[in-house]
Design a protein around this ligand. Structure first.
Ligand SMILES: Nc1ncnc2c1ncn2[C@@H]1O[C@H](COP(=O)(O)OP(=O)(O)O)[C@@H](O)[C@H]1O
Ligand SMILES: [Mg+2]
Length: 303
């Protein structure tokens, strides 16, 4: 697992903190729509930071601005002091990895192969060599396989290495996405709704996994709707509402903020009894103009 050599834990003291991610004034417009407006956010080494907000608040769009999928209309994103390169491949190579709100795996490849593909920014041979299996690939393969095996063990999927990705249950596909992201040896991991569709046991296991990732020296920024998950896990939480950062603080501060409660926490917890009915009522209200959301469009930019 990657160790962050630039972060030194002083024996018996507090760890020295380094700014890993520094997003300043990030604005993303699509035509007349401003999906993200002037958002500042930092993530320091050793931190787990949460990003919450109602559907359509701009969370995924913000992630896309942090990973080179979008170049922000305004503002700047720095990773370890350097402005982000303009393509997602280069951003991954620089050290930012992510998972997607809608799972993206190579469904007809095995679990192990999916993780190996995730290593393509870290092997000299690169993606096409990995796919085409050229001679260079075979030299690098043994080391890569060993690392991929370690990562599968780390997320609890070692026993499924030879299964096709599409045959994994949903929760395990999410774990595999995390293993694949870790395969690029990131310094910062972005997780977009990692527990969506999981049962409470799987969610709990994911919480432990994220703590373990943090303990390996990888900073984490996580989007999630499950408030118990977020407030258990995160050192800091930022709330986006209609593209703007409403508040940022520790769990207690954010949970207690009246504007957050009004804008978001009034929504039922995921999996809570009656959640679906309440969500329907809220959706109807939103449609009537109480909260502008556009759930259909949120899928479109989920990449
Ligand atoms: N590629 C795009 N083109 C046009 N509008 C977009 C695009 N991506 C996102 N949006 C809009 O930006 C807003 C924020 O969406 P999104 O970032 O997916 O929100 P969240 O992840 O918080 O649910 C939504 O109104 C959505 O319709
Ligand atoms: Mg989203």
């Amino acid at each position: 697992m990657t160790t962050d050599t630039s972060t030194t834990d002083t024996p018996g003291g507090t760890p020295s903190r380094e700014t890993v991610l520094d997003a300043r004034g990030v604005t993303m417009r699509f035509g007349g729509l401003t999906a993200v407006r002037g958002v500042d956010l930092t993530v320091n080494s050793g931190e787990i930071v949460g990003l919450i907000g109602p559907n359509g608040a701009g969370k995924t769009t913000f992630f896309n601005c942090l990973t080179g999928l979008y170049v922000p209309t305004e503002g700047e994103v720095r990773y370890r002091g350097r402005v982000l390169p303009p393509t997602s491949f280069k951003v991954t190579a620089a050290g930012i990895a992510r998972t997607f709100q809608n799972i993206r795996l190579f469904s007809n490849m095995t679990v192990l192969e999916n993780v190996l593909v995730g290593r393509h920014t870290r092997t000299k041979e690169g993606f096409w060599s990995a796919v085409l299996r050229g001679p260079g690939f075979h030299r690098a393969e043994a080391a890569s396989r060993e690392r991929a095996g370690e990562l599968l063990a780390f997320v609890g999927l070692a026993h499924k290495a030879d299964h096709l990705a599409r045959n994994l249950p949903y929760g395990e596909q999410r774990k595999l996405e995390i293993a694949r992201a870790l395969a690029s040896e990131p310094g910062l991991l972005l997780l977009d709704e990692p527990t969506a569709g999981m049962n409470p046991q799987e969610t709990r296991a994911t919480e432990e996994l994220v703590f373990a990732i943090r303990d390996q020296g990888i900073a984490v920024l996580v989007i999630e709707h499950d408030m118990r998950f977020i407030f258990n896990l995160c050192d800091r939480v930022a709330v986006l509402v209609q593209g703007e950062k409403l508040i940022e603080g520790d769990s207690a501060t954010v949970q207690g903020d009246e504007r957050v409660i009004a804008a978001y926490l009034g929504e039922p917890f995921e999996n809570a009894p009656g959640a679906e009915e309440l969500a329907e009522v809220e959706a109807a209200e939103a449609h009537a103009g109480a909260t502008p959301t556009d759930p259909a469009a949120t899928k479109e930019n989920d990449r």
